[in-house]
Design a protein around this ligand. Structure first.
Ligand code: ZN
Length: 151
């Protein structure tokens, strides 16, 4: 067995680097940077603990337990990300808007509501538009445009 094989054998079946490991390293780097200015012993101790934890996790052979920890971390990270996400739906990009004047178009009934069948002015896909007087934007699922329909 040569040196490379010994190294590979040593790392086989060990947890290695995962998301939580990368995160720990980022925090470690950030604390190192902060401590250049702050020079607090407590930060040195935290850095030491972080190094210990990340080495322990990288070299751990209990991969199932480490994967569980990583999953808990990823769930928490997603929850944290969602705090900053607005609940508004993404606005559809309008490439082209054409006004369509409705005249004698076919209508259908769905759940007691009347819909007019209008061709999309961009791709000619049939759009179902509620039969209510006025202008409104209708999303076309085929060409992904919002088109202004006048009834
Ligand atoms: Zn269309």
């Amino acid at each position: 067995m040569n040196f490379n094989e010994k190294i590979r054998g040593f790392f086989a079946n060990r947890n290695g680097m995962d998301h939580l490991g990368i995160f720990t390293f980022l925090i470690y780097g950030l604390l190192m940077f902060i401590n250049v200015f702050v020079k607090e012993n407590i930060i040195d101790i935290i850095i030491f603990i972080l190094i210990f934890i990340s080495l322990f996790r990288i070299l751990s052979k209990n991969r199932l337990q480490r994967q569980k920890e990583n999953a808990v971390f990823l769930t928490a990270l997603n929850k944290f990300k969602n705090l900053f996400k607005s609940n508004k739906p993404k606005k559809i990009k309008i490439k082209k808007i054409k006004k369509v004047k409705v005249k004698n178009s076919k209508s259908i009934r769905k759940n007691g509501k009347v819909y007019l069948l209008k061709p999309c002015p961009i791709c000619q896909n049939t759009l179902e538009v509620r039969k209510i007087k006025g202008e409104r934007y209708v999303y076309c699922s085929k060409c992904k445009n919002e088109v202004l329909i006048k009834i």
